[in-house]
Structures are given as C-alpha cells and as structure tokens.
Write a protein that binds this ligand. Structure first.
Ligand code: BG6
Length: 479
C-alpha cells in the first residue's frame, strides 16, 4: 500500500473469531498489513467464540488461510499477539471480563450471525466499553445489515443508542476492492470522462455481478436471503453510487458519504414491472456440475427464493434523468464477471450515412471490476484503405500489466481504515436505509409468485433479456 504510515495500536476484538470470515479473510489481511509495515507492533487480536478453546486453538484456526512462506515472518510476528476468550455473546459475564482485559484503543469486529449485531452493540455500550475517554472504541458490523427497510432502521436505531455514527463501521467488502476504489479516480481524475458523464452523452449504464459459484453449502442463509437482499441494496448500489454521485468537495469521509447517500436517496423505488427474478436449474457452471437450486441442501421444498435478479433503475437526479441503470447479479452463471459498462449515445449519423458498418456500437467504457481488473474504452476507427470503413477498436488498460497487485483478500484497506479512523469506505446509516427503501417494493411483491428458471451456466432467464429488449437494448456479454 503506497507509503501509508503504520496505523495506531489497538486491540482487535473479533466476535465470532472461530468462524469462516475471520480465518478466510480477516487474518490473511492482517498478515498482509503486518508484512507491509502498516501495523503498530503493539496491535493485538482477542478472538471471542462460544466454544471451548485456548490461544493455541485460535492460532491454529486463524492460520488456516495464511499462505506459508509468502509474507516473510509476518505470521510469526502475529501469532504471539493472538489470544482467545470463550464466551456467550448474550451473557453479561463476557462483557465484564472484556472490561477487565481491555485498555486503550479497541475495535469490536462483529463477524457473527446478524442476529447478534444488535445485542452485542447494546451490551458493549451498556457496560461502558464504547466510551472513548481512554482511547478510541469502534464497532465494525458485517453484512447483512437488516433484511428490509424496517429491520435496518431498527438495527441502526439500536446501535446508535449506544455508539456515535462516527464509531460505527458498516462493512461492504466491495469497497475494499482496488478497482471499485478506482471508479472515483477514473471519473473525477480525468477531464475526458467527467466531461461526458451525464445524460447528454450517456445513453444507459449496466452494472453486472455475475458469479459461477452456486449456493452450495450456504443453503440455509441463502434461502432466507436471495440474490436481491444478498447483493443489490449493498454491493450493487455502492457501485451505482460511485458511478452516479456528484463530485464530493474533498476525500473527507463525510463529504464522500454524503454524496453517495444523496444519489442512493435519488434511486426511484423499483417496481415489479422493472424487475426480473430467476432461479437456476441443474447444469454446469465454472467447470462444475451444479444441482438445481431447489435440490440444494437446506433449501425449503416450497422455496421461491431467487438466485438471479435483473433490474431497471431510475436515478432521479439532474445529471441522470432519463438514463436507465440496468443491474443484474446471479449465481451459477456462465462466467464470473463484475463489470460496469457506460454506454454513450450515438454520434449524429449524418456524416456516416453511406459508410459501411454505421451499425457499429457507440462508444462504451467498461470498468472491469473482477476478474482481470481493467479499463476498456471501445471506439470506432477507420479501417486502413482508400474507402472510409469503420471497425471497432478497444483501448485497454489492465491493472496486472501495470502494477503488482500482490495477494490481497480485499479486507486490508478496510481494516487499515478502521484503525486510522477513516470511514470513507464504510456505509453510513442513511445509505443503508436508502438502499433498502429502493428495493422494498420488490421485497413486498416477491413474497408471492416464483422466479423464472434458467439453466446453470447460462446468462440468466430469458425474461432478463426481454427486460432490455423492451427498451431496444441488450446486455453486454458476460465473459
Ligand atoms: C457476498 C455475498 O456479500 O458477496 C455472496 O453474500 C457473494 O453471496 C459475494 O458471493 C461476492 O463477493 P466477491 O468479492 O466474491 O465478488
């Protein structure tokens, strides 16, 4: 990470430390931060879980995704700073013990089932552990943050009874991705893009997060959640906000978050006629045989949970009036591809009326978020020769060719930012609620009816294509 100074020392208290998130993403990210000299050597980790265990058991578990030999002795330096505390998240005794053990700066990372977010925040607050007289106290909350507008409002209210907004860090891990952070630079750092970034020049915008992975062993969580809740009000709306927000006055967290909140508030509540839901059938995706969603373990026999959504979204601001944003996401699709495609308007046809290939697609800017992080500008160029003939050409910048991205989990920047107290990459209460408000009509409407089928390994149900065909458009190819 570009010459950043080490963050101040703190105790990182992880609730749910024996879980998947802590070992798969948090610990490797902490090791990378240590490798890069971005942590103070007095930073420690206190892992809490309900099961019997000790410091060594926690170390063993947290080490499971640390790649041996790739990060110097960063893991060896971390290991002695890791301690385990067994406790029940709802038991006051745990918080009394924590109060005994903690002094100075502390971060409470809620890597637990969402049902515990409220109770843990409340108990930490009631016993005084969120009091900042002795050092900073910050609360990191994972997703899902609520399951609809009312539950998100209730959770915000509950947490904000015990903590200031400035102490609450609501994670959206998409914001930890380099290419997502680059959207702001691609837009505002370049006169060429920002000058045409409005409804005079942009015809429509596509935001896609396609995955080849199926639901697999996450049936219990997923069947209660579905693609809409899992991906749209959080990840896809964060991408939309970065594409559509007005320039903030500075990179100050509040300036950035206010612009994002404003644009999310301008998303018109999405109506069922502008939305498609799908559910995969058996097939092959990502080189793996995939059973039908309905046959996935822990999925209810009468489930009508969607594994795919496609939406037409209106952003009712001065800049974007009349420009549709088409969003789609799904599991078990043809390829893994997270991308944003800005489709520009056609040039006036007068000059090229009699030239071959006047049907060439208008300019497109493709922000490839993952995999193969890249930026591509698609243009028309003249085919060499005596006649004026046009052919498409792509100007592509690929991150991996220009920079050594190294191995990262995406949580490095997020954890570093919590330690230095920068909330820019975290969701403020109003953004979260704005996201839920926009999708609430669909949550209500989709209590009944069923999703449209699509074969695993495809690009979604035919109705998703029809949603764009209705407007004379088609989706950018998933590849
Ligand atoms: C998570 C969702 O928030 O994001 C998952 O719960 C999804 O269902 C994941 O697979 C996608 O994230 P990434 O970083 O793999 O694109």
């Amino acid at each position: 990470m570009n010459d950043a100074p080490p963050a101040p020392a703190a105790t990182l208290v992880i609730f749910g430390a024996m879980g998947d998130l802590a070992s798969r993403l948090l610990m490797p990210a902490l090791v990378h931060l240590e490798r890069d000299g971005l942590l103070d050597s007095a930073t420690t980790l206190l892992g809490i879980s309900h099961g019997k265990g000790d410091d060594d058991a926690l170390r063993e578990k947290l080490k499971s995704f640390v790649e041996p030999g790739t990060d110097g002795d960063a893991w060896e330096r971390w290991a002695p700073r890791i301690a385990y505390l067994q406790g029940d998240f709802t038991d006051d005794a745990l918080y009394r013990e924590l109060k005994q053990r903690l002094a100075g700066n502390a971060i409470f990372y809620l890597a637990t089932a969402p049902a515990f977010f409220g109770p843990i925040g409340e108990k930490l607050g009631s016993i005084g552990l969120l009091d900042e007289t002795d050092g900073f106290r910050r609360l990191v909350v994972e997703k899902p943050f609520g399951t609809d507008l009312a539950s998100a409002q209730a959770l915000n209210a509950r947490l904000l009874e015990h903590a200031q907004e400035a102490q609450v860090y609501r994670i959206d891990h998409f914001l930890g991705k380099e290419t997502v952070q680059n959207i702001t630079v691609a837009r505002f750092g370049n006169a060429l893009t920002e000058a045409v970034w409005n409804n005079r020049y942009v015809d429509h915008v596509e935001i896609t997060a396609a995955e080849t992975v199926a639901v697999g062993n996450r049936g219990k969580f997923y069947d209660e959640t579905g693609a809409l809740r899992d991906m749209v009000p959080n990840h896809l709306f964060q991408l939309l906000a970065l594409v559509a927000m007005e320039p903030p006055n500075s990179f100050d967290a509040e300036a950035v978050r206010s612009e994002k909140a404003k644009v999310i508030a301008a998303v018109a509540p999405i109506q069922p006629e502008d939305a498609v839901r799908g559910r995969y059938l058996a097939g092959e995706a990502g080189g793996q045989a995939v059973p039908a969603y309905a046959d996935t373990p822990d999925v209810a026999p009468d489930s009508h949970t969607e594994t795919f959504v496609a939406l037409k979204v209106a952003v009712e601001t001065w800049r974007w009036h009349g420009v549709p944003f088409y969003l789609r996401t799904g599991k078990a699709m043809a390829a893994r591809d997270t991308e944003i495609v800005i489709h520009f308007r056609e040039v006036p046809p007068t000059l090229f009326r009699n030239t071959p290939n006047t049907e060439l697609p208008p300019n497109r800017l493709i922000l490839q978020i993952q995999p193969g992080e890249a930026l591509t500008m698609e243009m028309a160029v003249k085919l060499p020769g005596p006649l004026v003939k046009m052919v498409p050409a792509s100007l592509t910048f690929t991150y991996a060719d220009a920079f050594d991205l190294g191995h990262r989990t995406g949580y490095e920047t997020l954890l570093y930012d919590v330690l230095i107290g920068d909330q820019s990459l975290f969701q403020r209460a109003d953004q979260i609620e704005g996201g839920w408000r926009a999708v609430q009509p669909l949550l209500d409407a989709w209590r009944s009816g069923s999703p449209d089928d699509y074969p695993a390994g495809s690009t979604g149900p035919q109705s998703a294509d029809a949603l764009l065909a209705r407007d004379g458009r088609s989706w950018h190819e998933i590849a």
